[in-house]
Design a protein around this ligand. Structure first.
Ligand SMILES: CC(C)(COP(=O)(O)OP(=O)(O)OC[C@H]1O[C@@H](n2cnc3c(N)ncnc32)[C@H](O)[C@@H]1OP(=O)(O)O)[C@@H](O)C(=O)NCCC(=O)NCCS
Length: 156
């Protein structure tokens, strides 16, 4: 993603969240060397983006959004899986925060194997709401996948 995409990203951001990031915040985060940003192009059109940050301990997903017209077609799944695949040698843990009422996003994260680890009371404003902190751990997921695969094998 380059700064040329900034207007599109900001437009998706402001249509997706009640408390969107300011354009300058998105710009800063794209400019930061350690910040990883990614968008998906379909016939040249930006349909969504993910902004994340890798610290020493974990990779944090700060923001992800897909244009409403393109939702429920697997784009967010693709973005998250691409980022986690890209970083899997560096990071075992992936963290994110989600509004308690954001069922669409929570379902997405549960489906990918994220687990709730704790809640931050009244973390979000506009409107005031708790944040649910979720974590994906590669080792746990591998163990779960092995158990799922072996139980499928038992049934066949
Ligand atoms: C949350 C969001 C990123 C999902 O993007 P998406 O591209 O539609 O997601 P996918 O198509 O990859 O869906 C994957 C799973 O997410 C869940 N999901 C997605 N949309 C859903 C909906 N409308 N209702 C319930 N679950 C939903 C489902 O589990 C879905 O799997 P399924 O289609 O097999 O049932 C998108 O709805 C969005 O941009 N929302 C506004 C911004 C936002 O809330 N970002 C998250 C901030 S924490």
């Amino acid at each position: 993603m380059t700064l040329i995409d900034l207007d599109d990203i900001y437009s998706i951001e402001s249509n997706s969240f009640p408390d969107p990031w300011a354009k300058v915040t998105i710009e800063d985060s794209i400019k930061k060397l350690e910040s990883y940003a990614l968008c998906y192009l379909n016939s040249g059109e930006i349909v969504g983006y993910l902004i994340g940050y890798g610290s020493e301990e974990a990779y944090s997903i700060y923001n992800i959004a897909i244009k409403s017209f393109y939702q429920r077609r697997g784009f967010a799944t693709y973005l998250l899986q691409t980022v986690m695949q890209h970083h899997k040698k560096l990071y075992e843990h992936y963290l994110l925060e989600v509004r308690r009422s954001n069922i669409k996003a929570a379902n997405l994260y549960f489906k990918l194997g994220f687990k709730i680890i704790y809640t931050r009371r009244n973390y979000y404003t506009n409107p005031l709401e708790d944040a649910v902190v979720m974590q994906f751990t590669i080792k746990n997921r591998m163990i779960e996948q092995a158990v799922e695969d072996s139980s499928k094998g038992d049934n066949s």
